[in-house]
Design a protein around this ligand. Structure first.
Ligand code: G3P
Length: 225
């Protein structure tokens, strides 16, 4: 399962990139709004930081298929042909997805709350489908269940489209999809930082250091012997 950062703040992205094994960055218009800067300025900075090989997902904002296609062309022109363009899985979006698939622009179907949206996006040739786990849970439905069902629909219908699950609140939600083998998960920096936040783990590591220092002296490490 690929792991992406769902944020656009360059400092947060830098920190996660330095410490964790991540595969790229996803954004949406609300995430960009939180940065309060010109969108392409922020996105170009992110692209430069993560490099051309890493995945970058950027959303089209127009509300017609034609407008979404224009947005997608601009996004890939500015940020590289490999940039994934997020297109809402709605009527106008499906039309745009079909056109973009023909043009070879990679699409991530977004705002996905139901398995049928995932199925249709797959048939339109989207590279990824992004179910919103936590938002679905908040509606009283089962976000993990929807993501698993979309994964199964895509596999059982021999589509190349993968799930990129989004909208996570906690480690357990990510873990369940990791075990299931979905294609990718995009997770906010604070949730990623929480993956291994655990007093017992830290206590075990501290004990090792303490025992070693008792043997060799305060502040001593293997390289300092
Ligand atoms: O990018 C879409 C998704 O990640 C939104 O997450 O936390 O706003 O529900 P959230």
């Amino acid at each position: 399962m690929k792991l992406l950062i769902d944020d656009a703040h360059i400092d947060l992205i830098k920190e996660i990139y330095e410490y964790y094994p991540v595969d790229g960055v996803t954004t949406n218009p609300s995430i960009l709004a939180k940065c309060g800067e010109e969108p392409f300025k922020v996105l170009k900075e992110i692209r430069q930081l993560i490099g051309d090989e890493a995945q970058l997902h950027v959303q089209a904002v127009a509300d017609t298929a034609e407008g979404m296609v224009e947005d997608a062309r601009r996004i890939t022109r500015e940020l590289g042909a490999d940039t994934y363009v997020k297109i809402p899985a709605i009527k106008e979006g499906f039309k745009a997805m079909k056109i973009l698939a023909e043009e070879g622009i990679r699409v991530t179907a977004t705002a996905v709350y139901t398995p049928m949206q995932g199925f249709l996006a797959g048939k339109c040739g989207a590279a990824y489908v992004a179910p919103y786990i936590n938002r679905i849970d908040n509606m009283g439905y089962n976000g993990i269940g929807v993501a698993k069902q979309i994964h199964d629909i895509l596999k059982n219908n021999h589509m190349e489209t993968e799930v990129i699950a989004a909208s996570f609140k906690n480690t357990q939600q990510v873990l369940e999809l990791c075990v299931y083998g979905v294609g990718a998960a995009t997770v906010a920096p604070d949730v990623i930082q929480g993956f291994v936040k655990n007093r017992e783990i830290m206590a075990a590591v501290d004990d090792f250091v303490k025992d070693f220092e008792e043997l060799t002296g305060k502040g001593k490490t293997m390289s300092a012997l």
